[in-house]
Design a protein around this ligand. Structure first.
Ligand code: DSN
Length: 422
């Protein structure tokens, strides 16, 4: 089979949309995708996510629905829940949240009242909007207090976190985020949460696949609630899960439905079930460890080329580059790399003097390229492309960007992506 994939029904009904899907398939096949929150799902996950399960309403939970005709849907949801519990070793799993932000909002609904104090990592330090940041509903409807990382090390200062938690007595403490290149010390957060009388929420959206594959320590049994999306390192469809001990099952389930959401997206639940099955295979452990090994090798290669990495490197799938010393803004670099076939996102770095829409850094990661079978032996080449691309972005050398794009496409053509045939 060659790209783009045949979509006969779609092409017949809506050729304009079919053409756009085909363009996206070619783009994803021909580029080096390095946004750390993205990945490639398998053909099996794609198929499960595009089934007639889509046609069914099933508000409620398996065995307790508000609509009839759930003979199959109940089994699908039970399968996904059982697989999540087995994979992560948790007592309770809810697979219905539509995505990470609604999942986190459900946690607020379950454990806090509007106006309560909540604590999370500041967004520009690597946290997430829904951890109480001001522009988010979670920062408007709750009183968000925020911790960060140390200026000198780029690492979380647990003395600062403890002092803040004991002073502010938040109802919830979030750990985890979107731009954290280092291992999260769940035990340290749990101790602080216990002292402060807070519910500890581990948002492991970025690292769920690494945890499942044994390449990052698990938040079990330290966190009271574990929130995760399913589409990042876990390599499932776009969705989310909330996991906990049994004692929190009821408030979490009630908050997701009927508190916040209506009918679950059953086709997504099916895709999640397939992804969890795939993540339970021995090959997924290899994948998770390879993601980290690649990121470390890439970080070393970038350091050799004089790049300034926040916290000095990485323990996981993600690298945050501060481009101040390269004299090029993150946005200029990200857009140049995109023209060179290397897809990254511009990102704030801790204590960034620039604005969020025009920050100093770029955020890169290895989940997608590892899914395509790139290994440590390729990371020096990837670093060289990034180095050349950033320099070409600074000088406006479009010919150089175009040459990199051809080189990238040549390598990627030898590494078919899951879900996309060569
Ligand atoms: N948008 C996600 C990310 O890119 O990290 C977080 O929600």
């Amino acid at each position: 089979m060659t790209l783009p994939l045949p979509h006969p029904a779609l092409t017949a009904v809506d050729p304009e949309l079919a053409a756009l899907v085909g363009e996206e398939e070619l783009l994803q096949a021909g580029t080096l995708r390095m946004i750390p929150s993205e990945n490639y799902v398998s053909r099996a996950v794609l198929e499960a996510s595009g089934t007639v399960l889509q046609n069914k309403y099933s508000e409620g939970y398996a065995g307790r629905r508000y609509y009839e005709g759930q003979q199959v849907i109940d089994q699908v949801e039970r399968l996904a829940v059982a697989r999540a519990k087995a994979l992560f070793g948790v007592e309770h799993a809810n697979v219905q949240p539509y995505s990470g932000s609604p999942a986190n909002l459900a946690v607020y609904l379950a454990f806090a009242e509007p106006g309560d104090t909540v604590m999370g990592m500041a967004l520009p330090m690597g946290g997430h909007l829904t951890h109480g940041w001001g522009v988010s509903a979670t920062g408007k409807w709750f009183r968000g207090v925020q911790y960060g990382v140390r200026h000198d090390t780029g690492l979380i200062d647990f003395d600062e976190v403890r002092d803040l938690a004991l002073k502010e007595r938040p109802k919830l403490i979030f750990c985890g985020g979107t731009a954290l290149p280092r291992t999260i010390d769940f035990a340290a957060f749990a101790e602080i949460a216990r002292e402060a009388g807070a519910v500890l929420v581990a948002d492991v959206a970025h690292i769920a696949g690494l945890i499942a594959g044994g390449a990052h320590p698990s938040p079990v049994p330290h966190a009271d609630v574990i929130s995760t999306t399913t589409h990042k390192t876990l390599r499932g469809p776009r969705g989310a899960m909330l996991m906990s001990r049994e004692e929190y099952a009821k408030p979490i389930d009630k908050a997701v439905f009927p508190g916040l959401q209506g009918g679950p997206h059953n086709q997504t639940t099916a895709g999640i079930a397939v992804a969890l099955h795939e993540a339970a295979q021995p090959s997924f452990r290899d994948y998770a460890h390879a993601v980290v090994a690649n990121a470390r090798a890439l970080a070393d290669a970038l350091l050799e080329r004089g790049f300034d990495l926040v916290s000095g490197g990485t323990d996981n799938h993600l690298i945050l580059i501060d481009l101040t010393s390269k004299d090029v803004p993150g946005k200029v670099a990200a857009k140049a790399l995109d023209r060179a076939g290397i897809v990254v996102n511009y990102n704030t770095v801790p204590y960034d003097p620039r604005k969020p829409f025009d920050p100093s850094g770029v955020r890169i990661g290895t989940p997608s390229l590892t899914s395509r079978g790139l290994g440590m032996e390729h990371m020096a080449q990837v670093a060289e492309w990034i180095d050349r691309g950033v320099a070409a972005g600074r000088s406006g050398d479009e010919a150089s960007l175009s040459r990199i794009r051809d080189e990238v496409a040549a390598l990627m053509s030898k590494h078919p992506a899951p879900g996309l045939p060569a």
